[in-house]
Design a protein around this ligand. Structure first.
Ligand code: ADP
Ligand code: MG
Length: 592
């Protein structure tokens, strides 16, 4: 179920009952209003009746008071008559109360008129009594009685009409009350039924949606489990060693290859810190190396190996390893663990070492031959000159012979010096002037250059230098020039160009020859060890070693060549950074 659908359902579940309750409350409020209205009218009628009766009582009292006065002649009896002085105001009030009923009003008006007449009559009677008149005259008294009878009858009618009104109004109120109760019961029943039906519908709907959501989640979980299983099986069966850790660097998984490489079983290694199981030291200095997980965490990226590492196994034996670490991230990109993949490269390392040794031996052999030749020629000349000095004793040429012999010995000195420089390799990179390195390589190859009658041209940008190991770089140029010499025909040309790169952070060196070129199918294999087209006379190690040296200096080497009939040439490009790559910069390069 989508969140929108769920909110809609929830909204409906609240809105519908609220609406129903609101409707019911409105109906109830209306009915209560009606009932209150009706009861108000009943009350009003009651008040009118009570007030009318009170007024009647006062008038009757006034009449009684008049009689008492007439009989006794005492003033006290007239008190009630005096009290009835507010009658006008009370009549006005009564009339206002029945303002909605004009006939009643009319009746009250008439009664008031009659009462006012009676008051007149009463005053006349009082005067008669006080003035010793004939106040007991029968006719006079009968007039008073008739007046009072009419007033009483008027009041009786008013009260009767009000009484009848009251009954009608009360009946209406009772009706309303009954209707109210019935409609309340009906509405409650309707509300309850609607709510039950609606809630049932909503719940069923919700259950249905929930069920389908649950099913989807279960399917997803099963898929996830299957994928995890598949992934674990895959990891267990790969040839490379794989170790996974949680975000804190504690081991959570190890495949059989990792068990074999480290000597730890997965069960024993689980929850151990990675550095206790994957203990590595730098192969040459044996210094402890940064834990791969820490390095990946620091670089926040996949990190390959920086140094040649030795892994110390659980039984303290050692193997050479090549490793690569990567962070494991969740969907939000947060690191939730690390994975370390490594392989035992001991055999490969041993093989490379053997190959390097043989390349060095071959190179040493070649150098020895050139050196022997270089030394042999001047020494031969020196021998001849000494012989001539001995024969020619006292001749004027002696000084000239001695000078020549000194020159030849200087040449010998130069050759032996460059040999010494080749082996006196420093441990740290130094500033290497490329012109010097190329010239010393050419000096070593002078014999071959001469015998091929090669035209060698060198062009150097002023002060082209890089940081590195001079002996190793010399070996690169010796190999490349040597190959060029092998490729060119007699009298061929070799051009060595050395230019500062555009960014000024690197130097480009090209060695171009007009030799036989390289067949297209050989190009991919050029830099592989032992690939040679020279049979017995080649080792197939020169380019491979050169590539290794160039890459150690943080540079690149590649080739461009043509070998179509009529046009053939080869150009090797070597690009060297001016700065020898430090650990930090290599790490940065890897992180990028
Ligand atoms: P080697 O010189 O002992 O054969 P290298 O590794 O130096 O071994 O060279 C490998 C091969 O590359 C050579 O055998 C040759 O076929 C080819 N090669 C290298 N440089 C040149 C070049 N300048 N011109 C033509 N072929 C070349
Ligand atoms: Mg070679």
């Amino acid at each position: 179920m989508t969140p929108e659908r769920f909110s809609k359902l929830l909204l409906m579940s609240l809105a519908v009952p609220t609406l129903l309750v609101f409707v019911m409350a409105s109906v109830v409020a209306f009915e209560v209003g009606q009932l209150r209205d009706a009861l108000g009218w009943v009350d009003h009628t009651d008040t009118v009746i009570a007030e009318t009766r009170a007024e009647l009582r006062r008038i009757v009292d006034a009449e009684t008071g008049l009689r008492g006065f007439l009989v006794t002649g005492r003033e006290e009896f007239l008190e009630s008559q005096r009290e009835s002085s507010g009658t006008a105001a009370r009549f006005a009030k009564l009339e206002a109360m029945v303002a909605d009923n004009p006939p009643q009003r009319q009746r009250l008006d008439e009664i008031r008129g009659k009462f006012e007449n009676w008051i007149g009559y009463s005053k006349q009677m009082v005067q008669l009594r006080e003035g010793a008149g004939n106040y007991s005259d029968f006719e006079l008294n009968m007039t008073g009685k008739r007046m009072m009878d009419e007033i009483r009858a008027g009041f009786a009618t008013v009260i009767d009409v009000e009484q009848a009104l009251r009954d009608t109004r009360l009946e209406r109120a009772t009706h309303i009350d009954k209707d109210f109760k019935i409609s309340l019961a009906g509405l409650s029943l309707l509300l309850a039924t609607t709510l039950v039906l609606f809630s049932r519908y909503q719940l069923r709907n919700l259950a249905l949606q929930y069920g389908s959501a649950l099913k989807t989640a279960e399917e997803k979980a099963a898929e996830e489990r299957e994928r995890k299983q598949w992934f674990l099986t895959l990891l267990r069966s790969v040839g490379d060693a794989v170790i996974a850790t949680n975000a804190n660097g504690r081991i959570t998984f190890m495949n059989p290859a990792a068990e074999a490489a480290t000597g730890w079983s997965e069960a024993a290694a689980k929850q151990q810190r990675l550095e206790s199981v994957f203990r590595t030291v730098k192969a040459d200095t044996r210094e402890r190396l940064e834990n791969p997980v820490d390095r990946v965490r620091r670089l926040n990226a996949v990190a390959g190996p920086l140094d040649h590492r030795l892994l110390i196994r659980r039984d303290e034996s050692e193997i050479h390893v090549d490793d690569c670490g990567a962070p494991i991230r969740d969907d939000d990109g947060k690191i939730i663990g690390f994975i370390l993949i490594f392989r035992d490269v001991t055999r490969q390392y041993e093989l490379e070492r053997t190959l390097r040794t043989s390349e060095k031996l071959a190179l040493a052999g070649r150098i020895t031959a050139s050196v022997a030749h270089e030394i042999h020629n001047p020494l031969d000349t020196v021998g001849n000159l000494l012989h001539m000095i001995l024969i020619d004793g006292g001749s004027e040429h002696i000084a000239e012979y001695a000078e020549l012999a000194t020159q030849q010995l200087q040449r010998v000195h130069q050759v032996t010096l460059s040999m010494l420089n080749l082996y006196r390799e420093s441990h740290a990179p130094v500033t290497v002037k490329l012109a010097e390195v190329v010239n010393s390589a050419l000096a070593l190859l002078e014999m071959q250059v001469r015998s091929k009658e090669a035209q060698v041209t060198c062009r150097f940008t002023e002060g082209s230098s890089v940081e590195g190991f001079p002996g190793e770089l010399r070996q690169v140029f010796t190999n490349l020039i040597h190959n060029a010499l092998d490729a060119i025909p007699q009298g061929g040309t070799i051009a060595i160009d050395c230019m500062s790169g555009g960014t000024q952070k690197q130097v480009n060196i090209t060695i171009t020859d007009n030799g036989c070129g390289i067949a297209e199918q050989d190009i991919p294999r050029l830099f592989q060890p032992l690939f040679t087209t020279k049979g017995e006379s080649g080792t197939g190690l020169g380019l491979w070693v050169s590539k290794g040296i160039v890459e150690k200096h943080g540079g690149t080497i590649d080739v461009e060549t043509k070998n179509t009939p009529g046009e053939s040439w080869t150009r090797f490009h070597v690009v060297l950074p001016r700065q020898f790559p430090s650990l930090v910069s290599t790490a940065q390069a890897l992180a990028n």
